[in-house]
Ligand binder design. Structure first.
Ligand SMILES: C[S@@+](CC[C@H](N)C(=O)[O-])C[C@H]1O[C@@H](n2cnc3c(N)ncnc32)[C@H](O)[C@@H]1O
Length: 365
């Protein structure tokens, strides 16, 4: 298997021969090596300096032989740099993977690490159709850790998206299921006229409040603790941003949420849905969207990934008017072509995105 920057696609080749099957199954090897590096907290220990294997093995309390082979592979993958007999961090290793650096993304790395063990239990969910820990209630502690993980996941993506999705005509913005409010903060930072509300569970909103307190624009953010599957959404908004929540719920649940969102939109207001959309007729691609459905099987009661066409139909059945897929610059997206906009009935023509280019409604079959 060839390593490339396009690693996600390399992981999911179209398999026709036995050798391709073997290579695809062997795809666990590099992830296991990378996770072993994280589990040793190796990038933090390596920090800013160069190390021989003997020095590093002593500090990490591991064997020299084991570490030599691990580090060689981490260097092969690009996360360490090897020069002769010494190793040092790559830029990524020294920053996002290093607990002593301000750019460390520890909460998201912890979530990724825990997924390895969760995915080992896939057959349990395939057999039962239930999430692996379906009997474990959502605790505030888990919600807090998950919310920080979401912040560490999107802190680069959110400003890139906010720079491309035009909400300049909007005054009020609801980040529905906004978790840490990273997206709400990014839209606030980009749009000085905007006031935003982040709606989520209490424990998630505590994290959002801590993050907002470190930004000037955070003063324009307010908080709405609510379970939107149980109650209607108070207030009215020009834009409702529903990002990475749709996949948690079944089609029927999403349609109930869409109805509540529509009732909370001003005339001509917009519901903007960001998620992993399937693009092809058979609902197989992009691979990332199909694989993400496996996560939803493992972690949710009824979640899945859906095509833009299905979602458009639900939106129209709910009473929304025009639905279109929004295009953002390649490489800056959260998901490939994963933003869809639905406009509430009522005339407010200036509300429609001008700067964001539309692919037209043909894509949303
Ligand atoms: C995967 S996170 C996405 C966070 C953020 N919107 C983003 O795009 O990064 C899903 C968020 O939706 C929230 N959520 C899911 N169902 C909810 C419900 N019924 N009521 C309130 N919040 C909910 C979760 O607590 C979580 O913060």
């Amino acid at each position: 298997m060839v390593l490339s920057a396009d690693w996600g696609h390399e992981m999911t080749p179209r398999i026709t021969t036995f050798n391709e099957f073997r290579d695809a199954v062997s795809g666990y090897r590099l992830p296991r090596v990378l996770l072993a590096g994280l589990e040793l907290d190796l990038f933090t220990t390596v920090g800013e300096r160069s190390w021989t294997i003997a020095e590093l093995a002593k500090v990490l309390h591991v064997s020299e032989r084991g570490l030599a082979i691990l580090c060689r592979n981490l260097a092969m993958a690009g996360v360490l740099q090897k020069k002769g007999a010494t190793y040092k961090n790559s830029r990524l290793g020294a920053t996002a993977l290093n607990a002593n650096h301000p750019a460390y993304r520890g909460s998201y790395l912890d979530l990724i690490k825990s997924h390895w063990m969760d995915w080992l239990r896939l057959l349990e969910s395939v057999r039962s159709g239930l999430p692996i820990d379906h009997d474990v209630p959502d605790s505030p502690d888990y919600r807090r850790r998950f919310t920080w993980a979401m912040h560490h996941r999107t802190l680069e993506t959110a400003p890139a998206i906010a720079a491309q999705v035009n909400v300049r005509q909007a005054k009020t913005f609801l980040d529905l299921g906004g978790g840490p409010g990273t997206y709400a903060m990014a839209f606030l930072a980009k749009n000085p006229q905007l006031r935003a509300t982040v709606c989520d569970r209490e424990a998630a909103l505590d994290v959002a409040q801590e993050i907002a307190a470190t930004h000037r624009a955070g003063r324009r953010l307010s908080y709405l603790p609510l379970d939107f599957t149980r109650t209607s959404i108070p207030g009215t908004y020009d834009v409702i941003w529903y990002s990475n929540v749709l996949h948690i719920y079944s089609p029927a649940d999403n349609q109930v949420i869409f109805k509540r969102a529509l009732a909370a939109l001003n005339p001509g207001g917009r519901l903007i849905v960001q998620d992993a959309f399937l693009h092809d007729r058979e609902g197989l691609f992009p691979a990332e969207a199909s694989l993400f459905a496996v996560s939803m099987l493992l972690f949710t009661e009824g979640g899945n990934t859906y095509s833009a066409a299905e979602i458009s139909k639900w939106l129209k059945d709910t009473g929304f008017g025009r639905v279109k897929v929004l295009r953002v610059k390649k490489g800056s997206e959260d998901w490939e072509d994963g933003i869809l906009e639905a406009v509430a009935p009522g005339s407010r023509p200036k509300m429609i995105a001008r700067r964001t280019r539309s692919k037209g409604s043909s894509r949303a079959r």
